[in-house]
Ligand binder design. Structure first.
Ligand code: AMP
Length: 282
């Protein structure tokens, strides 16, 4: 496995890979890798003759009061895991390379970025869209893999790719959960044992809400009230949103008449912000 820390190095390594590989699969990450990330890598390995992974904790997608400084960094272990999976190339850009002095060009994210995460984390998707576009530019990847875990992010990327005619295929892979249902997240390391139990209520709440819909409830308001109650009963300290939304536009659904829809939650357990979601297919 090769590693590149600057764009010149990266481009020449990709050029060499392309001598034999017809398509390059790309998995952008912020590191602190877990099975969720690794599932994307495995998918790329299964579909593409060459796989490239980036690890970069992108400062522009963190708000001023967020956990940029504390974000877990486990680079040695990350590289070991990626090597074991047979990744061809890992790109580890420095902050100075991604955002050199004078950097001032940002992507205005698509409309689907406005609500939910966009509302609670102003500027987040501007940072995400900007760094992802830059990574697409420097890697020239053919296929890029994202997790459904960050559902709204996957829509933002898909809409950006469509709107800007970017020559990259986007694949969105299912959420990987622990055996008890907790969605894997690099931020789960912040949780105490007691908080982890409370955190499980996100998945339980989503599952119960899906049951409610399957039983025939079509009143989105009732479903959303039930979700809030379930989270609060479990001890969740702060709910940012717990909604039923259209799976493509993310418009909140007061009446569940036109599936597919998606259930989405963002909530704090202690000082840890967690997100999770569940698709309601036809
Ligand atoms: P991050 O390092 O948090 O930026 O995540 C990198 C990629 O991994 C994103 O596309 C995430 O959606 C994806 N990802 C994170 N957690 C999971 C998970 N539990 N299951 C599937 N994909 C995930």
């Amino acid at each position: 496995m090769q590693t590149a820390t600057n764009i010149t190095e990266l481009r020449s390594m990709i050029k060499a890979l392309r001598q034999t590989a017809s398509t390059v699969g790309f998995v952008p990450t912020m590191g602190a890798l877990h099975e969720g990330h690794l599932s994307l890598v495995r998918q790329s390995r299964a579909e593409c003759p060459a796989t490239l992974v980036s690890i970069f904790v992108n400062p522009t997608q963190f708000g001023p009061d967020e956990d940029l400084a504390a974000y877990p960094r486990t680079i040695e272990e990350d590289l070991r895991l990626l090597d074991e999976l047979g990744v061809d190339l890992v790109y580890l850009p420095s902050e100075a390379e991604m955002y050199p002095p004078g950097f001032s060009t940002y992507i205005q994210p698509p409309a689907v970025a406005d609500g939910l995460e966009g509302e609670h984390r102003p500027g987040h998707f501007r940072g995400v869209a900007t760094v992802v576009l830059k990574l697409f530019q420097v890697t020239g990847a053919d296929v890029a893999y994202f997790g459904q875990k960050d559902y709204q992010q996957s829509l933002v990327i898909r809409h950006m790719v469509r709107d800007l005619n970017l020559p990259v295929d986007i694949r969105v892979c299912p959420i990987v959960r622990d055996t008890d249902g907790l969605a894997l997240s690099s931020r789960n390391v912040y949780l105490s044992d007691e908080q982890r139990t409370i955190a499980l209520s996100l998945y339980h709440t989503l599952s119960a809400a899906r049951e409610l819909v399957l039983e025939g409830c079509r009143d989105g308001q009732v479903v959303m009230e039930q979700m809030r109650k379930s989270l609060m009963d479990a001890g969740v300290t702060r709910i940012e949103y717990a909604v039923v939304a259209d799976a493509e536009s993310l418009e909140i659904q007061d009446n569940l008449v036109a599936p597919p829809a998606v259930l989405l939650i963002a909530a704090y357990v202690g000082s840890t912000r967690l997100i999770d979601n569940l698709l309601l297919e036809d």
